[in-house]
Design a protein around this ligand. Structure first.
Ligand SMILES: NC(=O)c1ccc[n+]([C@@H]2O[C@H](COP(=O)([O-])OP(=O)(O)OC[C@H]3O[C@@H](n4cnc5c(N)ncnc54)[C@H](O)[C@@H]3O)[C@@H](O)[C@H]2O)c1
Length: 264
């Protein structure tokens, strides 16, 4: 299927997990992909996989919390490709995993900076080109924690609620500008098999009271209707749909891909 033939996509956090799956799905559907990550080797690896699929794959080493670097990336992509059709903001961190009173201020700031502010920096940098052409797709990666706050995770929950607010406000503004060629949507994944879930598992099984498998089964998979973790490819399929022409009427939405963990 080539729903994204000729499109140019920038995917932050593209070196692993959900971002990586999105890069590869986009490439399979015909897009050239800029794999943006703060881990150069991972970005290089995914870019090579994109090229192996017959598309242009470019690794871009960046810390997305660096506003100047984000602006430079937007200019570099524009110079090389002439446009950006799709921006996916998937770069994220897990947060402090502690009671609010035990959450260090620096940890709070980092989570908000990476998960929320960096999305704003990226959208601000890439949107002007989309506005000029009245064509584009902004896809943010929020979380079900953006709808249903999780205890011991106030920084992460706040950041992901913020991502939904940012995305919906952007959709409204695009409407005011009558830019119907651009859509803005958030995807809210449930628990997905990625390095982030490994980190959470490591964090909670440190005490040795339960095995990794037990923790995953009892504390993660049991939270959804289907009693399972999702594959990153399931999130990537939704991203590819939102990026396609088929989804031109879908905007301002926060779409759950969560095996039924939250029902709103
Ligand atoms: N895995 C899940 O269960 C799950 C559920 C809901 C939402 N999410 C969200 O999905 C997104 C992707 O997470 P994932 O599960 O694939 O985990 P992941 O850890 O594999 O991916 C996060 C990526 O972001 C990159 N990154 C982090 N900080 C960065 C920075 N400052 N600049 C550039 N890149 C940076 C990392 O290098 C990594 O590749 C995150 O926003 C996460 O919050 C994940």
């Amino acid at each position: 299927m080539s729903r994204l033939e000729g499109r140019v996509a920038v995917v932050t956090g593209g070196g692993t997990g959900i971002g990586k799956a999105i890069c590869l799905q986009f490439a399979r559907e015909g897009a050239d992909v800029i794999v943006a990550s703060n881990v150069e080797a991972q970005a290089e690896e995914v870019a090579a996989e994109v090229r192996a699929l017959g598309r242009e794959g470019v690794a871009y080493n960046i810390d997305v919390t660096d506003v100047e670097a984000v602006n430079t990336m937007a200019t570099a992509v524009s110079e090389r490709f002439g446009k950006t059709d799709i921006l996916v903001t998937s770069a994220g961190v897990m947060g402090a995993r502690a009671f609010l009173t035990d959450t260090p201020v620096e940890e709070w700031k980092k989570t908000i900076e990476v998960n929320l502010n960096a999305g704003f920096y990226c959208i601000k940098a890439f949107l002007p080109g989309m506005l000029e052409r009245d064509a584009g797709r902004i896809i943010t990666i929020s979380s079900i924690s953006g709808k249903l706050p999780a205890a011991l995770n106030s920084d992460y929950s706040a950041s992901k609620h913020g991502v939904i607010g940012l995305t919906k406000a952007l959709a409204l503004e695009l409407g005011i500008l009558r830019k119907n060629g651009i859509t803005a949507n958030a995807i809210c994944p449930g628990s997905v098999e990625t390095p982030m879930i490994d980190q959470i598992t490591d964090h909670f099984v440190q005490s040795g009271k339960q095995s990794r498998e037990e923790f995953r089964k009892k504390s993660i998979a049991s939270k959804n209707i289907q009693r399972r973790l999702l594959d990153p490819e399931e999130i990537a399929s939704m991203a590819a749909y939102l990026a396609s022409d088929e989804a031109r009427g879908v905007t301002g939405q926060a779409i759950n891909v969560c095996a039924g963990t939250v029902l709103f």
